[in-house]
Design a protein around this ligand. Structure first.
Ligand code: ADP
Length: 481
């Protein structure tokens, strides 16, 4: 049985900041289903509330950091959703609150210590690192000559975790020995993610297309040369969605649920949709009333759900398109948070079309599920998208994505089959794709229905991704890469 330690800084349901928390919940569970002995390690933040979850003391040790010896306790629990073992590392000074860079440097060194001293009486063959927070682990493995392999998964290249090189002194590492780039030495800055890329045995990212895109100047966020130097050892594996989890959310939040899960075999779960047309119509009428939109089933509903992040999520082209749109043709629902000035701009626009536009600037899981269920189309104009979950969730609900041709959107949407893809990053290209979708909705209902059914049948279960990770693990262990 392959043994993997999955190191991550967030994990649903203990602590979740973004999509990585979902990945850390679902991917290990899917790997365990394939027979992998996988355990997760996470800082024991003060914000984590374990409630009635059973806690086991799994060991303790002293860690030298910043010139003092710190005590670290290991508490073992089971993730209450997946039952995967989780090791929570407790040190209130450094791990109580996530504070870059010390929390992550300390966490990474603690993991090395656990392995080098076999504190758990369990030794992994591979440490699977995730994002900048675990970026120093591969370097520390090399420095300390630990017999374990490392994989680094990049979930978003734009967050790199630059910090003063003094961190190396706190870790008791010789700056001259580390593979620092010239600009790092000049600026006295250490780049956590870059160190991870350079020293990991394998780098993966969350879709095959993003794996290629990050080799270019346009998407490489300054690390394209480092990544190109790693070519042949960079792989893209598409994230998945958790069908069980999704189906539970559907039942829990959607006013008129219209799907349940069907088990083709014990391991092959597929969503079963019963009468999605009626389901969508009822949910649309409900949502129109709830959001104060004009009621009626004969008008299509288009939605945007996501972070209001103008650098990534295509907020500028969406706004420009809506400004010029003929809003008697459709209703537009927006749900997101993250940027006050853009939120105000949308709100201002929405005031002119109170019957057709609904802006909701908050994080609201219930409303998100109700929007996925009621909408006919979901807009994803992202400038770049490492993987993206919105399109997968939307398709699970029978809602067709209209998305920019980038990253994981390319790998999960088949243009004109289960969604629509537009080439150029511009409001005109977005508008053209919207017009095409509206034409099909209004004029060619049989084609629209075929597309919805094709979207519903798309398989984004984690099992598909987990098999690819497993074969990488095997190749890495057998040195056949
Ligand atoms: P990213 O991780 O870049 O934010 P993803 O597409 O990978 O984008 O994942 C976004 C997830 O967050 C989806 O599950 C989406 O439904 C959810 N989400 C985003 N914004 C909101 C919001 N305002 N309210 C509820 N859920 C949201």
């Amino acid at each position: 049985m392959i043994k993997i330690l999955f190191a991550v800084w967030e994990l649903d349901p203990f602590i979740k900041v973004g999509g990585l928390g979902d990945v850390a919940r679902s991917l290990p569970a899917a790997l365990a289903d394939l027979g992998v002995d996988i355990r997760v390690v996470l800082p024991y933040y003060k914000a984590i509330r374990l409630g009635r979850i059973k806690k086991n003391f799994a060991g303790e040790f002293k860690l030298d950091y910043g010139g003092t010896l710190e005590k670290v306790e290991i508490i073992e629990v089971a993730n209450p959703i997946t039952m995967i073992p989780v090791y929570l590392l407790r040190n209130d000074k450094y791990l109580g609150v996530a504070h870059h860079p010390d929390t992550f440097a300390f966490f990474d060194k603690a993991i090395i210590k656990i392995i080098s001293e076999n504190v758990l009486s369990w030794l992994p063959e591979i440490i699977h690192c995730n994002d900048l927070h675990t970026g120093l682990i591969p370097l520390l493995v090399r420095e300390n000559k630990i017999g374990v392999k490392t994989i680094l998964t990049i979930h978003n290249l734009s967050y790199q975790g630059k910090a003063s090189v003094d961190v190396l002194d706190k870790l008791k590492m010789d700056q001259t020995k580390c593979h620092l780039e010239n600009w790092e030495i000049e600026n006295k800055k250490l780049n956590f993610l870059m160190e991870g890329i350079i020293h990991a045995d394998i780098v993966t990212t969350v879709s095959p297309t993003y794996a290629k895109e990050i080799m270019t100047e346009e998407f490489g966020c300054g690390l394209e040369e480092v990544l190109r130097g790693k070519e042949g050892r960079v792989f893209g594996i598409l994230n998945g969605i958790d069908n069980n989890w999704r189906s539970n959310s559907h039942t829990r939040y959607v006013k008129y649920p219209y799907m349940s899960l069907k088990y083709k075999t014990s391991e092959n779960i597929q969503a079963k949709i019963y009468n999605w047309e009626e389901g969508k119509m009822k949910n649309k009428l409900y949502l129109q009333k709830k959001l104060g939109l004009k009621k009626g089933s004969s008008i299509p509903m288009l939605s945007f759900i996501g972070r209001i992040d103008p650098n990534q999520k295509g907020i500028d082209i969406l706004h420009k398109m809506v400004r010029k749109a003929n809003l008697s043709e459709y209703e537009l629902v927006i749900l997101g948070t993250g940027n006050q000035s853009w939120e105000e701009r949308f709100q201002w626009l929405g005031q002119f079309y109170p019957d057709n536009v609904s802006c909701n600037f908050k994080f609201d899981e219930k409303l998100a599920n109700q929007i996925y269920a009621a909408s006919d189309f979901i807009l994803i104009p992202s400038k770049f998208e490492p993987c993206g979950l919105i399109q997968m969730i939307a398709m699970f609900y029978g809602t067709l994505p209209i998305a920019h041709k980038t990253g994981g959107l390319i790998d999960s949407i088949k243009n004109n089959v289960n969604g629509f893809i537009f080439d150029n990053y511009s409001s005109e290209a977005l508008e053209n794709a919207v017009q095409k979708a509206l034409f099909i909705w209004y004029q060619d209902k049989p084609r629209y229905k075929t597309m919805v059914e094709s979207a519903i049948e798309s398989d984004f279960s984690w099992r598909v991704s987990a098999k690819q990770y497993l074969s990488l693990y095997q190749e890495l262990i057998n040195n056949t890469l």
